[in-house]
Structures are given as C-alpha cells and as structure tokens.
Write a protein of this length. Structure first.
Length: 110
C-alpha cells in the first residue's frame, strides 16, 4: 500500500521533539514508537492512536473516529481517525497525539 507522505509530515509536526521516539514502516504506513511501545500510525486509511482502555470515550464521540479493529477483533483503547479528519482537523490531531503520549508514558519502557 502506498504511504500518505503528507499525513506523515503532519503527525511528525504534531509529535515535535518528543524524546525516545522512533519511526517504523508497518501496517501499510508509518508508525511511531515511544520507549518501544506503539504510539500512533499514519497511512492512506488515516491515523491510528493508542489512548488506552477506558481513555478513548471522548475520542469515540467524534463522528470520524472509531475503535481500531484487527480482522474482526476490536482493539479497545486504540482509535482510527478517518483520512479526511486526519488531514483537516489540526486541533483534533494534536489532542490525539498529546493524549497518546500521556498514555504511553504510563507504560514501562521496553
């Protein structure tokens, strides 16, 4: 699958100079890992963020955000943002990045 280079740059900008951040091509796009934990991803499907179980309700209230599914299995705590909302809503993108970083910082480094 072709990557969405523009969306990747938008995510990089939102991530800023977050320490201990690495990038890895996965899931048909680009993923960012923080302290070895998957934090978020960008692809032609939009963006995916790890918010943590029970911490995603506010995001799921947005009409263009859904729970991530892998096959038929729902992944609570992970959300996918539509491609349009990913590109057009800078404030939402930044809030999701901030919340994902806050959650992943609660996990022990790998």
């Amino acid at each position: 699958m072709a990557r969405d280079w523009l969306l990747e740059e938008m995510v990089r900008e939102a991530l800023g100079d977050t320490p201990e951040l690495t990038e890895k091509a996965m899931f048909g796009g680009l993923c960012w890992l923080l302290d070895g934990h998957l934090l978020c991803a960008a692809s032609l499907k939009g963006m995916m963020f790890r918010l943590g179980k029970g911490e995603d309700g506010w995001a799921l209230a947005h009409p263009e955000i859904v729970t991530v599914t892998m096959g038929e299995r729902a992944m609570p705590g992970w959300v996918r943002v539509s491609s349009d909302a990913s590109r057009e809503n800078d404030a939402l993108r930044r809030k999701l990045v901030t919340k994902a970083i806050a959650f992943v910082h609660t996990l022990p480094p790998k």
